[in-house]
Ligand binder design. Structure first.
Ligand code: BG6
Length: 511
């Protein structure tokens, strides 16, 4: 598990796909914030690699605007100290010939910045470019298995690779990518990123569950009725129509296959034997293995797809998905997906997990809601009749925004009679710790520099996650749905998702 005291060794972070959005919006602002927090190694450099010709200065200029917007602690003076560590190299990483000059550039920077031979290779590019890039990295001899490479020093060195999602578009393509990676890198050098694992509240789940005695005894089928995980966004596809309207796009593949199944795995995992990365990842993998196959006949009951039509976003009229740039005007892509997952294990038998995610929804919010079972004996029957039933106890874990945890239970209304009302105990992350949670990418980049894989996914987790969603994704592709778009932008998604819940006698938690 991340250990703040662990020393970070000097290194260079090489970002492939550096002219893309992620570099500007997340990677550079996060590295800059780490610099502000004095968490970067003493000697450090970043090298952006893309095809577009650019000088170092032009690249820095291209990053500045977004750094001002997205870094948590921007100021001109500190940026002026940080920027000289950032460099740029134009090259096409799908071409083997590009790697001679690239290696020479890395060696030159390693000398200039005294970073030694430690390198993080960050693939932040179109997913079809992953394989040729990995093959070329291997063929160019950039992975030295601990031996010195740039010949700057003779210390044992490391080369690690971070790979962005989408990691494959189904189980077979993910397994193939894992094999390609495995021919070049050891598993301990492969960092498959899922930025939800870097979110402070998701990590806090481990502490909440395993550092406290009061929750774990009730964290099972005897007390829990069902669990909901919602990741709702108010944004549309934000100029990413081309990617989103492809086989690895859509809410099911883009969000549920990765982020939501990971959150579910953390909620549902058994206590790990130790806090070591492999022990934690093994327990998460076991949850995913336990998820029941969704057979074709079950899909209409267990999965709902939606697509937004024109509507409102925070008071402004916005177009429908099919009118977005780069999207097929007859697109069948799901901008909303809801999925019911059953984990066939001793702990979770009979407890459904309902996962849903959508774009252009009513509110930006990611939350986990644990619904508890009713009391075994209804002592307050009369009051329950008045209130239309006693609401179940709930633990609401706000992943973002307003990070925190709320426990909802029944309390007695003061005064005569035994009237009751739902009340809340509230833990607010910002109020309690007087700090804004760090950006997930900053946490994860630092972990990769420290060699800590806890918050990165093991190959088996990714392949299992594809196994869970793949039958649904394929069924949807093969069977167009006539009523799309089926929800207006700015709402909580299609009514079919409410019907799915109502069929089970439940309803979504829509704050
Ligand atoms: C990304 C998805 O992984 O996560 C995007 O590809 C989505 O489509 C984003 O918008 C959501 O992340 P966050 O941190 O804003 O919830």
């Amino acid at each position: 598990m991340p250990n703040a005291a662990q020393k970070v060794q000097p290194c260079i972070v090489v970002i492939f796909g550096a002219s893309g959005d992620l570099t500007k919006r997340k990677l550079i602002p996060s590295l800059y914030d780490l610099y502000v927090g004095k968490q970067l190694p003493e000697t450090f450099a970043v090298l952006g690699v893309s095809r577009t010709p650019m000088s170092d200065d032009e690249f820095r200029g291209h990053l500045l605007e977004q750094a001002k917007k997205f870094a948590h602690h921007y100021d001109d003076k500190t940026w002026a100290e940080f920027a000289p560590m950032v460099h740029y190299h134009a090259g096409d990483s799908t071409q083997a010939e590009a790697f001679g000059p690239l290696k020479a550039r890395i060696a030159e920077l390693a000398k200039q910045h005294r970073t030694g031979d430690n390198v993080i290779l960050y693939l932040s590019m179109a997913p079809q470019l992953y394989e040729p890039t990995i093959v070329n990295i291997g063929a160019a001899g950039m992975v030295t298995e601990g031996k010195a490479w740039c010949s700057i020093n003779r210390e044992p060195s490391w080369q690690r690779i971070i790979i962005e999602k989408p990691f494959g578009h189904d189980r077979e393509s993910a397994a193939h990518l894992n094999r390609v990676l495995g021919r070049v890198f050891e598993e301990e050098s492969i960092y498959r990123i899922d930025h939800y694992l870097g979110k402070e509240t998701v990590q806090n789940l481990l502490v909440f569950r395993f550092a406290n005695t009061i929750f774990e005894p009730i964290w099972n089928r005897n007390y829990i009725d069902h669990v909901q995980v919602t990741a709702a966004e108010t944004v549309g596809v934000e100029g990413r129509g081309g990617y989103y309207d492809s086989p690895s796009g859509g809410a099911l593949s883009d969000m549920i296959q990765s982020h939501l199944l990971q959150v579910m795995a953390v909620v549902a995992m058994e206590p790990p034997v130790t806090m070591r990365a492999d022990d934690i990842r093994l327990e998460k993998t076991k949850v995913l293995i336990g998820a029941r196959d969704i057979t074709t006949d079950m899909i209409p009951k267990m999965a709902v797809r939606g697509q937004y039509g024109p509507g409102q976003n925070e008071g402004t009229a916005v177009p429908g998905y099919r009118q977005e740039k780069g999207v097929n005007p007859a697109s069948q892509t799901d901008t909303f997906a809801a999925l019911q997952v059953h984990i066939d294990t001793w702990r979770w038998g009979g407890v459904p997990f309902y996962l849903r995610s959508g774009k252009r929804m009513a509110k930006k919010l990611t939350e986990i809601v644990i619904y508890f079972k009713p009391t075994p004996h209804a002592l307050f029957r009369e009051q329950a009749m008045k209130k239309n039933g006693i609401p179940p106890n709930q633990i609401v874990i706000n992943v973002q925004p307003d990070e925190g945890i709320r426990l909802r239970f029944e309390g007695k209304v003061p005064g005569a009679g035994m009237n009751m009302k739902s009340v809340e105990m509230d833990f607010d992350y910002v109020k309690q710790f007087k700090a804004k949670p760090p950006e997930a990418y900053a946490t994860l980049l630092l972990d990769a520099m420290r060699g800590d894989q806890t918050l990165y996914k093991h190959r088996n987790e990714i392949e299992e996650a594809w196994r869970i969603v793949q039958p649904v994704a394929e069924h949807w592709r093969e069977n167009p749905q006539d009523d799309l778009p089926n929800y207006a932008a700015g709402t909580w998604g299609p009514s079919a998702a409410d019907v799915m819940m109502a069929r089970d006698g439940r309803h979504w938690h829509n704050p």
